[in-house]
Design a protein around this ligand. Structure first.
Ligand SMILES: [Zn+2]
Length: 225
C-alpha cells in the first residue's frame, strides 16, 4: 500500500491533537507532534534534547534548526515508512522548505495538507474558558462548555480551579498573531501546490473527525489507484 504523508495545520485550539490521535487510530499513521518529540528528546537526554533544553531553560524558543533536525530524523526512521501525520510542524516557510528538502532526499513527497479552520474569536472562546485544577492538571473544565458544579472548585477533589498562563486571552492573541504571520502563509503555499484540503473546524470534534476521516480515506483511495 502506498504511504500517506500528511500535515495538519490550524490555529491553537483547533483540536489538531485530538484529530491527529483519531487519525492515528483510524489509519495507523505515525503521529509526529513537535511538542511530544521535543519533550521526549529532552527526557531521553539525546544530543538534540540537550541542545533544546539549553534554550528552554533560558526561556528562549528552540531554534528552527534543532526542531527541523528532530522532525527529519523521525521522518527518515523506520516507523514513518508507511507514512506520517505532522502536527505542529512546519510552523513557518523556513521549516516548510526544510521539510520539502528532507522528503526529496528520501525520494518521498507530501500527500496532502489538512487545514482545520477556526476563526480567532472561537479560538479565544475555547481556550480562555479553560480552567485547570491546582491539584491534578488532568481535571480540566470550561466555564461555558463544561463548567464545574461550583464556580472555581474542582468537582472531583474540591481543589481550586485556575486559568493557566497559556490560556490567558493576551497569550492566546499573541499566539494567534504568530500563527497568522508565520504559519498561515503556508496555507496559500500548499494551496498553490494543489495539496490543501480545508476542514471547517467550527463544528464539534466528532463532525470534524468525520470530515477529516472521509478526506483521508479518499486520499488513500486516490494514492492506490
Ligand atoms: Zn481536581
Amino acid at each position: 500500500m502506498s504511504e500517506l504523508n500528511l500535515i495538519l495545520l490550524g490555529p491553537p485550539g483547533a483540536g489538531k491533537g485530538t484529530q491527529a490521535e483519531r487519525l492515528r487510530e483510524d489509519f495507523g499513521l505515525l503521529h509526529i507532534s513537535t511538542g511530544d518529540i521535543l519533550r521526549a528528546e529532552v527526557a531521553e537526554e539525546t544530543e538534540l534534547g540537550r541542545k533544546a533544553k539549553r534554550y528552554m531553560d533560558a526561556g528562549d524558543l528552540v531554534p528552527d534548526e534543532v526542531i527541523i533536525e528532530m522532525i527529519t530524523q523521525r521522518i527518515g526512521g523506520g516507523e514513518a515508512r508507511d507514512g506520517f501525520l505532522l502536527d505542529g510542524f512546519p510552523r513557518n516557510e523556513h521549516q516548510a522548505d526544510a521539510l520539502e528538502q528532507a522528503l526529496a532526499a528520501l525520494d518521498r513527497r507530501l500527500t496532502a495538507v489538512l487545514s482545520i479552520d477556526v476563526p480567532d474569536e472561537e479560538v479565544v472562546r475555547r481556550l480562555a474558558g479553560r480552567r485547570v485544577c491546582v491539584k491534578n492538571p488532568n481535571h480540566i473544565y470550561h466555564v461555558e462548555f463544561d463548567p464545574p458544579k461550583h464556580d472555581g472548585v474542582c468537582d472531583q477533589d474540591g481543589s481550586r480551579l485556575v486559568q493557566r498562563e497559556d490560556d490567558r486571552e493576551e497569550t492566546i492573541r499573541r499566539r494567534l498573531e504568530v500563527y497568522h504571520s508565520q504559519t498561515e502563509p503556508l496555507i496559500a503555499h500548499y494551496d498553490h501546490a494543489g495539496l490543501l484540503r480545508r476542514v471547517d473546524g467550527q463544528r464539534d470534534a466528532a463532525e470534524v473527525h468525520a470530515h477529516v476521516r472521509a478526506t483521508v480515506a479518499t486520499l488513500r483511495l486516490e494514492e492506490n489507484l
